[in-house]
Each structure stands twice: as structure tokens, then as C-alpha cells.
Design a protein around this ligand. Sequence first.
Ligand SMILES: Cc1ncc(COP(=O)(O)O)c(C=O)c1O
Length: 381
Amino acid sequence: MILSSMVNLHVDLAALEHNYRQLRLLCEPPVKMLAVVKADAYGHGLLPVARTLARGGVDYLGVGSLEEGLALRQAGLTLPILLLLGIVPREAERAVAADLEVVLFRRDVAQALAAAARSQAKPAKAHLKVDTGMGRLGLLSGEVPEFLAGLREYRQLEVLGLISHLAVADEEDKAYTLKQLQEFTGLLAAVRGQGWALPLSHLSNSAALWELKEAHLDLVRPGLMLYGSPPSPRRPPPLTLKPVMTLATEVLQVKRLPPGSSISYGCTYTTRDWCDLAVLPVGYCNGYSRLLSNRGAALIRGRRAPIRGRVCMNLTMVEVTGIPGVKPGDRVTLLGQDQNERISAEELAAWADTISYEVYCLLGAANLRRYQGARDGEKTG
Ligand SMILES: Cc1ncc(COP(=O)(O)O)c(C=O)c1O
């Protein structure tokens, strides 16, 4: 992909490290922390993010694919790495060879892992996934004892723990989350009673790390809060989280339109008065959603400039009437702070009817990333 140098995504690794240290204060040793760096570290760049957190002392990394795990190993990271989506049987040899731990919920995968471990004369490590109410990956609790019993023949396959995922931990009402936790801990006690040690069992995401200490168990798995966003935008956590990602562009053209002029495809906005318009070289090909049409805003000279008309593939128009002196080349902040104004990922997400997770993933995937705050000269990734 060829990316435009007129649209720059900045990733502040010092802010990431700050957030990591804040999250560490929320859980007490011996609880371990797995940093979720799947999906290219939520769009922030897998390698720079993983290196920063590894240097900070994180215990584990969680990735979304075998390829992400292998990339971390090739970059020299030696931390335990968990493949959060598991693998398919054809990936077992490579996962074992690279010492990647696997989320497990399929018998054919268990068989493939055991075979790979035998042929490579080293253990394969798995975390057994239990669906306690997320309705996504995993065995139902009632299926776990029989599945585990079937693993006894695979001596080379070490089951390190049970893993589950919470569906609504970000909500204030914790009834459903506590039901999930109760089911998980009940199952854990039962299978431990059958002789499985399962020393590394876990189900806490950012929200549970923040608000549900009893769910921390052996390890917590934050993602979103590491990147500086609260799990629940309406209830910010009592921490100073710093935004890690910012997105900036520059004014490409400034023009003055007379009253009654239409702006952009579909003529969905018509000026009532004289309108000073700035044309920006950013659009939905940059992950800047078309749903921001006539809803979002950008920051220019510390002021909010509302989006007028539809966001196009490569261009977006904002009104700068009343903002003195705007000219081509002026810096435009699409996500981040300019003087006293700030557009957060949560605000951008609300305008586009989505969540900050998606904003980060889309912007991160589609723009040139520049790094600041790196400790050892690492610049891009
Ligand atoms: C299995 C699993 N654990 C942990 C997380 C981290 O969640 P959050 O980003 O809300 O902290 C995710 C993210 O979606 C996940 O899929």
C-alpha cells in the first residue's frame, strides 16, 4: 500500500509506557499482565508497541494470528506470546517451533499440537477457552471436563490454564459479568479438583482490570486502556490515561463560497452565508469514515472546524469561517489536541456511530505511522 505523506498518524510510545505503568497500579503481584497487541496493536504498530511494553516489564503479549506471533519472534522478542484466536491444525508445527502459546477449543488442533510437540521434542502450551457467556470462541463449560479428559493422552501438550472473555464488563451493572466470573471460577475449581493445576487462568479485559478486582485471577489482559481510551467513555477511570494515537493532516486549499453553494457529492450541504472552506487531503481511504459527513469536525489553529458535506475517498471539506488566517499548509488535527481543543477517539467514534477500538484499527491500518517517545531511536513500524 502506498500511503500519503500529507496524512500522518503519530504514535506516542512514552504515553503508551505511561498507560502501562498506570494499569500496573490497578493489579497486585503476583497477578501477571498480558498486553493485547492483536490487530497490529489496535492499529498502533505491533513491533514498536510490543518492544515498548516488553522493555516496561509486561509478562505476556496477546496477538491475533500466527503471523503476528512469528513477527514478534523474528523481531527478537522472547516473552511468552499467546495466540488469542487459536490456530488451525496446519499452523501447529510453526506455532510450536516458535514457542507460541495457543488458545485451544478444538480437538483436531490439540492433536496437531501434540504431534508437533512430539516431532520437535518440546512441549506445546495451550490455554483452554471457555465460553461463559460471550457467545464467541470456546467450549461451553459443560464440555470442558470431557475435553480435558481427552487431552490426557497428549503428554506433550501442557494446558496452562482456562481462558474466557467478558461480554459487558464495561457496563456499570456488573450482574452479567459476575455471573460469567462465577461460572468460570466454579469450573476452574472443579477441574483443579480433578488434578489439573491450570496455574494461569484469566478472563479480565481492561474494564474488569479497572472495576472488578476479584476477576483478576492469575493474569489480566488489557488492550484498550493501554492505548489511552477508557472502556466506558461515560465513566472515565480514576487514572491519567494519555492518548497514544493522533492523526494530523494539512490544509490543501482554502476558498470562499457564496451563499447557496453546495459542498461535496450528493449536495448534502448548502451554504446559507459566505463560507470559508478548507479542503483537506484525507478521506475514507485513510480510515476517516464517511459516516463523519456533516457530523465531525477537525481542529485548525486551536479551533473546531465542522465538516461540511460528504467525506470523499481522499478529500474532506471543513468550514473555517471565523477562524482568522487559515491558509494552505496549516496543520489540521483530526484526532488529538490543538491548543485547548481536543478530539478524542471516543468523540470521533460517537460521530461515526462506532467505538474507539474501530477508530484506532482503521486509522492505524491506512496511514503513515510516525513514532515519538521511543527510547532507542525506533521511528517507524
Ligand atoms: C480475548 C481478548 N482478551 C482481551 C481483550 C482486551 O480487551 P480490551 O481492549 O477491552 O481491554 C480482547 C480484545 O478484544 C480480547 O479479544
